[in-house]
Design a protein around this ligand. Structure first.
Ligand SMILES: CC(C)(COP(=O)(O)OP(=O)(O)OC[C@H]1O[C@@H](n2cnc3c(N)ncnc32)[C@H](O)[C@@H]1OP(=O)(O)O)[C@@H](O)C(=O)NCCC(=O)NCCS
Length: 169
């Protein structure tokens, strides 16, 4: 299994993975809208020359008390082709993505998802770092991971995703 950065010729495969994994087009369209915007990361899982998984990160903003220099991204979406799920591919994509984000100077990552899954990577409820989600979601579903120790120490407020996210609901 190889995890690598998305290339221009991967666009169609990425669209397919998201449509098949989520069973709808919203996430595929979201990635199409976000692609190319500054501070995004897109990685693929490739097995025997077949693209089987995809993960995307994009910049979020904190409305509240926070350093304007804070580099914080949202992890969304992550998708693995149905026939390839539960084989550790999602885990590899998330681990690789977080490592690369950290290497690029990203200080924290938020995610909206299943707490049992994301806690494996060190995510904790964002409320414990005084951050809340702009959407009406349960406290434990909105999580954050500091990639730089103490990055969120003097930070509090509401995390806002880019407007492209609301277009995709
Ligand atoms: C979520 C997803 C990316 C995980 O990828 P994966 O390759 O299957 O994940 P891994 O094999 O690394 O890890 C499997 C673990 O993921 C968790 N998991 C997978 N799908 C899950 C789901 N729908 N809800 C909750 N947990 C889930 C399980 O805890 C599982 O652990 P287990 O096998 O010990 O029970 C993949 O299942 C997928 O594409 N799902 C559809 C799209 C989606 O829901 N994306 C996430 C949005 S937050």
């Amino acid at each position: 299994m190889d995890i690598r950065t998305e290339k221009p010729e991967d666009v169609e495969a990425v669209r397919n993975i998201n449509i098949l994994a989520f069973g709808r087009e919203n996430e595929a369209k979201l990635v199409d809208r976000l692609r190319g915007i500054a501070s995004t990361f897109s990685f693929l899982a490739v097995q025997a020359d077949r693209i089987v998984g995809h993960i995307f990160f994009s910049l979020v903003a904190v409305e509240g008390k926070c350093s304007s220099n804070l580099s914080i991204l949202g992890l969304a979406p992550v998708a693995v082709l149905p026939n390839y799920q539960r084989q550790g591919i999602g885990t590899l994509l998330i681990q690789h993505g977080l490592k690369e984000c950290g290497r690029s100077g990203v200080q924290a990552v938020v995610v909206l998802g299943h707490p049992d899954f994301y806690s494996r990577f060190g995510f904790i409820p964002a409320s414990r770092k005084s951050l809340k989600c702009e959407y009406d979601v349960s406290d434990e579903a909105f999580m954050v991971l500091e990639l730089e120790n103490g990055a969120l120490q003097d930070c509090s407020g509401t995390v806002k995703y880019r407007s492209e996210f609301s277009l995709c609901e």
